[in-house]
Write a protein that binds this ligand. Structure first.
Ligand code: ZN
Ligand code: ZN
Ligand code: ZN
Length: 352
């Protein structure tokens, strides 16, 4: 573990300690999710952990007393979410009304998750029906009371099911491991899926539902597509191309453009990059190589770009070129290409 990682670990332990003093164990899930997120950002930028003099909890929320505002302010938006969660958790514990009517599990769960999360709602309905049977059949293990479920929601791409206070331990474990399994499926249709960051939001969608969501969000209109899909390195990052370069649009699909955009964005914000003389790094082209991998050419090269180039190569290797969903390398006799099943099938159709 290097120093940066270690200092952030200390920061985390400090904040977590304060939360632990004020929240129930289930509230810490959001903190852990937040922390995992921040670590990714932090490692990409190599930010040192802020020196925190004090962490306190009051009725207004969580306060981090710290001089390094530049770093702390970046993580504060997410930190506000954690505070919000803790406040909500306290409110829940004092009100304790159950959102699940055990005589209408299907109706209750759909009401909480909504029709657009039918995949998860169907699975959670089955899971809670099973839990209800277990309680009826083995009261000596699961207790003789159906627990109150105080909240069901999607959060950071995950499924959260919070039990009220005094829930039987075996019942709670039974619910939570089933929730963990459901999280590995598509929110929309129960197809296999994994959590993914897309243009600032986190979802767990299969490639089919993901593409349907993109169409819904961007309404098929390129004009309303996110900026990264119109990436021109010469226009967006003029420091990264030579002075005579008027335009440099990577010759790759939109899915990969999202990854390239993300990497260049991170690079341009990194302290190390800001410390370099302008014109130290010049990208000459970005395209898909013969081997189906992303290929980045430089007219001026500096070691600093290497980790970002490695990251782009790695991310593009597991990202569908066409849509940005998680993809697989599809190998045919004459070429290989990274595609999701949606784009693979769409391509097959248009080919023949
Ligand atoms: Zn789906
Ligand atoms: Zn795709
Ligand atoms: Zn393989």
């Amino acid at each position: 573990m290097d120093d940066v990682e270690k200092s952030w670990k200390e920061f985390r332990e400090k904040v977590r300690g304060v939360i632990e003093d004020h929240g129930a164990p289930d509230d810490l899930r959001s903190f852990d999710a937040w922390h995992a997120e921040e670590m990714r950002l932090v490692m990409a930028h190599n930010y040192p952990a802020p020196h925190v003099s004090d962490v306190t909890w009051s009725t207004e929320g969580l306060h981090v007393e710290c001089d390094d505002r530049e770093v702390v302010d970046r993580v504060m938006t997410a930190m506000a979410e954690v505070s919000h969660d803790l406040k909500e958790a306290r409110a829940r514990r004092s009100v304790m009304s159950s959102v699940v009517d055990w005589n209408d599990i299907h109706g209750s769960v759909f009401k909480q998750l909504g029709e657009h999360r039918a995949g998860w709602a169907e699975q959670l309905t089955l899971a809670l029906e099973k839990v209800k049977r277990l309680i009826d059949e083995q009261p000596e293990l699961f207790g003789d009371e159906r627990p109150s479920i105080v909240q069901i929601k999607q959060k950071w791409g995950g499924l959260r099911v919070y039990e009220g206070p005094g829930c039987n331990q075996a019942t709670s474990e039974e619910i939570q491991w089933r929730v963990d399994e459901i999280e590995q499926t598509c929110e929309g249709c129960s197809n296999s899926a994994q959590r993914q960051h897309v243009q600032g939001f986190v979802t767990t969608l299969c490639s089919w539902c993901y593409n349907a969501e993109l169409r819904r969000r961007y309404d098929c209109a390129p004009a309303s597509w996110p900026q990264s899909l119109e990436l021109d390195i010469a226009a967006n990052y003029p420091d990264l191309v030579s002075a005579d370069c008027a335009s440099l649009v990577p010759a790759v699909g939109p899915g990969w453009l999202m990854m390239i955009s993300l990497a260049l964005h991170k690079l341009s914000f990194s302290q190390d990059f800001k410390a370099l003389d302008p014109g130290t790094i010049h990208i000459s082209d970005i395209k898909k190589g013969q081997d189906g991998k992303i290929s980045i050419g430089f007219s001026r090269y500096h070691d600093l770009i290497q980790e970002y180039a490695d990251w782009m190569e790695f991310r593009c290797g597991v990202t569908c070129e066409e849509c940005g969903h998680v993809g697989d390398i599809v190998r045919t006799t004459d070429k290989s290409q990274v595609l999701c099943s949606h784009c693979y099938c769409t391509r097959e159709k248009s080919d023949g």
